[in-house]
Write a protein that binds this ligand. Structure first.
Ligand SMILES: NC(=O)C1=CN([C@@H]2O[C@H](COP(=O)(O)OP(=O)(O)OC[C@H]3O[C@@H](n4cnc5c(N)ncnc54)[C@H](O)[C@@H]3O)[C@@H](O)[C@H]2O)C=CC1
Ligand SMILES: O=C(O)C(=O)COP(=O)(O)O
Length: 528
């Protein structure tokens, strides 16, 4: 059997050795096609291998009628429409470890070049200027580096910065005090990091939550003269806000490897002398390119030959028998996890999943993985799936416990998920109603009956006349329309909760005025 493989971004020739060596692989390297040309020819291929430049859009995926696997020789999969791939049953694999070191080294190179104005000085010298006054830099020693996103690359950067005798403070939703202590760094909220740092470097994926994480408001709370690095993804920093912050002298320097729109030839940030930049070179070393290409090539060969893959991004792997019995619970389990990821705050330490009733007689591990996927997706993005969710939870240090029982408290089946964080315990329970789909039936100790979909608002309030009216009035002022509402309480006149389904996406900031009301204790936006 012969498989047609298309490589549409430049990959290391040494790295694709596993593909070249495997039998039956017809490899075509074509790195010059326009998106239209790619869409025309993709139907001929079984596998597509890319880096960050090829935009693997829904259109391309839908035209890939023979496509079985997409290999991303690198980390970020934001150039691949994962939903479209999953819908078409196309597995996406990436190479998450191969370029960590290179990206961390590039970040340090950018940090040092920026601090000592090396690119600017070099340019001046090339223009036949011997100018020693214009390029006075700052030392790194004893300065504070703020790291936003302490995953693989962020952690490597933190370790290197300590080698430069810098103090490091980091924020990551999965960073605990204990972990920070072990790494010899400080930890705090995003605000703490932004306020304390002389240099700030971001290392998160580009997600809904991280888009413009560094915006006008963020710049305002930073130290005067702060310097910024982005070697992660364009879009994490709001480029217009960065431009204004540099012009106003709030920000003294910026080192950028990635941009909101790539590639480009002209960029207004590059007109500022404080900005140094590289054209997305973080992973561009011989070592990293060989390593990531080897990793995806091995996965592509293995997958096309019916084997397992090491780095699946969207694979749903359950046996047929298990699938038949538990498949109806997949969506509910993911939504319970997603619900709790919004409801709970603090660092997640433990997840307890209680399976009751008939569902508990099955192997429920795929449901557990799906719950974890829902729970972790908010911070880790779309590369979390039911295959890698447990692995990621383990890696982060989250204890996961499955409990089974026959007691269902009146329901045929009941799934209860409980999350312990550094700030307390939160719980949500759901069931499948015969012929009526999924329902959330309990939030913490409060009974409710809520369809787990769309835009929800959880509000905890004092059970007294007028509370509901005040919430309605305030939401109306914000032009937020209520589509459905549920109230739950355990005792009359005590604490109670409202679960609202609303017509548009809001975040916690949009509903912050609710908690200013005397009888409202919590207001949390939940998007399912
Ligand atoms: N410039 C380049 O050529 C390269 C860029 N990258 C990019 O670097 C970034 C980091 O990559 P890795 O470290 O491998 O990923 P990773 O998945 O190991 O780490 C990302 C970390 O960001 C954290 N995070 C998520 N949301 C957050 C938030 N709102 N605030 C703070 N932290 C948050 C996650 O908890 C996770 O620990 C990615 O965007 C990746 O695409 C990676 C390699 C090369
Ligand atoms: O791995 C990543 O996320 C990167 O950004 C590297 O991108 P590249 O493969 O060099 O186009």
């Amino acid at each position: 059997m012969t498989f047609n493989i298309l490589i549409s971004d430049p990959l290391s020739e040494e790295g694709i050795y596993p593909l070249r060596q495997a039998e039956g692989m017809n490899i075509v390297i074509d790195t010059n096609s326009t998106p239209e040309e790619l869409a025309m020819k993709i139907g001929d291929y079984d596998a597509l291998l890319v880096r960050s430049q090829t935009q693997v859009t829904r259109e391309i995926i839908e035209k890939g009628t023979n496509l079985k696997i997409i290999g991303r020789a690198g980390v970020g999969v934001d150039n691949i429409d994962l939903d479209a791939a999953t819908e078409r049953g196309i597995i996406v694999v990436n190479a998450p470890d191969g370029n960590t070191n290179s990206a961390a080294e590039h970040t340090m190179a950018m940090l040092m070049s920026m601090a000592r104005k090396i690119p600017q000085a070099f340019n001046s010298l090339k223009n036949q200027q011997w100018d020693r006054k214009a390029f006075i830099g700052v030392e790194l020693k004893n300065k504070t580096l703020g790291v936003v996103g302490l995953g693989r690359i962020g952690a490597e950067v933190a370790a290197r910065a300590k080698g430069q005798r810098m103090n490091v403070i980091a924020y990551d939703p999965f960073l605990t005090e204990e972990k920070a202590r072990k790494l010899g760094i400080d930890f705090g909220s995003v605000e703490d990091v932004l306020k304390a740092a002389d240099f700030i470097t971001v290392h998160t994926p580009l997600l809904k939550e991280t888009r413009h994480l560094i915006n006008k408001e963020a710049f305002e709370i930073m130290k005067d003269g702060v310097q910024i690095i982005n070697c992660a993804r364009g879009g994490i920093i709001d480029e217009d806000a960065l431009y204004d912050a540099i012009v106003s002298k709030k920000v003294a320097g910026a080192a950028l490897d990635v941009f909101e729109q790539e590639p480009f030839l002209d960029h207004k940030l590059l007109t500022l002398p404080e900005v140094i930049a590289t054209p997305h070179l973080g992973a561009s070393t011989f070592e990293a390119q060989e390593s990531v290409a080897v990793d995806v090539s091995i996965d592509v060969v293995s997958f096309l030959n019916g084997g397992l893959v090491q780095n699946p991004v969207n694979l749903h792997s359950v046996s047929k028998e298990v699938m038949l019995k538990i498949a109806p619970f997949f969506d509910l389990s993911e939504k319970l996890g997603a619900f709790l990821s919004s409801l709970s705050d603090g660092v997640i330490e433990e997840v307890n999943i209680f399976y009751s009733g008939e569902v508990a007689t099955n192997d429920v591990r795929p449901l557990t993985r799906n719950t974890l996927k829902g729970l972790l997706k908010r911070n880790l993005g779309d590369h979390v799936n039911d295959v890698n969710a447990k692995f990621l939870a383990d890696r982060i240090g989250i204890k996961v416990v499955e409990n089974k029982s026959s007691t269902t408290k009146g329901f045929l089946n009941l799934l209860t998920v409980e999350v312990k964080t550094t700030n307390g315990v939160r719980r949500v329970a759901g069931t499948l109603l015969n012929g009526m789909g999924a329902r959330i039936v309990k939030v913490d100790d409060y009974p409710v009956d809520v369809v787990p979909e769309g835009h929800l608002l959880y509000i905890k309030h004092k059970d007294q006349p007028g509370a509901i009216g005040r919430v309605g009035t305030l939401l109306a002022k914000e032009n937020i329309n209520i589509a459905a509402m549920q109230v739950g309480r355990t005792i009359i006149g005590g604490e109670a909760i409202m679960m609202l389904t609303i017509d548009k996406y809001v975040d916690n900031y949009d509903v912050k005025d609710l908690v200013e009301l005397d009888d409202i204790y919590e207001a949390i936006a939940i998007d399912l």
